[in-house]
Design a protein around this ligand. Sequence first.
Ligand code: HEC
Ligand code: HEC
Ligand code: HEC
Ligand code: HEC
Length: 433
Amino acid sequence: MFKNPKTIPIVLSVIIVILAGTLVALLLFMKNQPLQTRGVPNLIEIAAMEPDSSVWGINFPNQYTTFLQTETNNARTPYGGSDPVQKLDVDPRLRTLFAGMAFSKDYKEDRGHRWSLTDVRETGRVNEKTPGTCYSCKSANTPMLWAEMGAAEFARTPFSELGKQIDQPIGCANCHEAGTMRLIVTNPALEAALQAQGKDWRTFTRQEMRTVVCANCHVEYYFAGEGKLLVFPWAKGTSIEKIEEFYNEIDFSDWTHAESGAKMIKMQHPEYELYSAGSTHFNAGVACADCHMPYTRDGAVKFSNHNVHSPLFNPAASCGTCHTDVDYVVGRVTAIQNQVWVTMSASEDALVEAIAAIKAAAETPGADPQLIEEARALHRSAQLRWDFIAAENSMGFHNPEEALRILAAATDLARQAQLKAVLAVGSTQSASR
Ligand code: HEC
Ligand code: HEC
Ligand code: HEC
Ligand code: HEC
């Protein structure tokens, strides 16, 4: 065949080019396959909305075993972590701020996803009047129950009654569609909130879903009407101002403050809203999962780490994929959180003083009732802003500029409330003189 030895290098080159081309094509093909179809083939078929994560774990052992690790985290970070400390003891001002409602009795630091069911059942905030709605974000049984009962019936059923059908903490079914394993919206309240904004998550990119899937739960919400239906207050937008406008328009309040008499809103955990309000990372297209579920390698397999926790426990994996100087960015987290904490603390002092001033005014015979009402409205407005940042779990890191902007407004409004209350008393004295 190779009578002319000069053709050998040419033939060899052709073969090498063909081999290399095939290899590149194969790698490109593999790279474009969804991650879950790489590696081992699926062993069993998983039923739609299967509540038991251990069943999914048969097909996806890496995701399952890292997910189980959320049970074992218990360390603290300067402002977060997984140790369920009683926030009321760390910062006693919270008892005054939440006077008259359940958060003044029990308010613990959050921990891993596997703890969700235990913690919602143990919290001192649950009582015989608690609606089933409280299970919405705590269990992998909920997607199936929502499908079977409908969201309205689910919410109407008392917590204790609904609890009989719930035996799983958060699990695979809260974030994934069985079969395709794609990320999905499982919470009807999120589906409705997006729809109200003219958005359909089915058109979202995979990278967008790596954030939106967390918005199934890490959001501000309220229970609407007698039926206690779960609703996200996003109809006007997701900024704190738009959320406040929404609540004011429907004249909603969670409780009446025991000392100031103001009609208050308790903010929940608006991680999604704060993060998506134009933060540097959000604008750069970074997703919640990039920092909280970084890719991990186990031999030849690469998978998303399902041990979701504070990124400060593994900054090399959480930040190191994008930032070369990990020590520098971790230092920035500390600096940002310290600054936000100092600013938040000033808002709390202002709120506590406003509450005391309104209480004193209300107890002063003849104090101007109109001014007292205005002071109460300012108290509500100030505290829901402070709480938007206080209840958000990153101590401002998710969006430092927005956090500081909102806290500055909170302090200003609280001082205005205090001033009005003092004026309310002053007006009696001048009148009686
Ligand atoms: C750029 C990285 C990054 C992104 C993106 C990000 N986070 Fe975080 N997150 C952090 C850091 C850093 C903290 C602070 C941890 C601490 O204080 O220990 C944090 C804290 C948290 C906490 C509290 C953790 C604890 O230890 O108590 C929750 C919950 C959370 N993030 C959820 C989310 C959600 C939901 C999203 C998307 C809407 C998101 N994060 C996006 C980096 C990120
Ligand atoms: C089905 C509801 C639900 C979904 C979906 C969800 N979370 Fe959570 N998450 C919770 C609850 C509830 C807790 C608190 C559990 C506890 O304290 O018992 C929590 C806790 C956390 C914590 C604190 C963990 C710790 O150790 O302190 C982080 C961080 C977090 N979630 C991030 C995320 C991210 C990122 C996503 C999206 C990829 C996400 N979560 C999706 C409900 C959810
Ligand atoms: C809180 C939400 C959440 C829960 C709960 C959850 N996952 Fe995931 N999972 C994710 C996210 C986010 C990704 C990244 C998806 C992507 O990049 O497209 C992911 C990716 C995956 C993938 C694709 C391969 C990979 O690792 O990136 C598999 C398989 C998977 N998860 C299995 C599971 C199993 C099994 C469970 C239950 C034990 C589970 N997941 C629970 C959010 C979740
Ligand atoms: C998926 C990529 C990605 C990950 C993961 C990531 N970042 Fe970033 N980060 C960026 C981008 C993009 C910017 C925008 C500025 C830039 O281009 O450097 C940024 C900016 C920052 C800034 C400057 C913020 C500002 O307003 O200028 C800090 C601080 C930071 N990141 C900290 C962190 C920390 C801490 C983590 C891990 C918890 C982290 N980042 C994880 C991509 C990432």
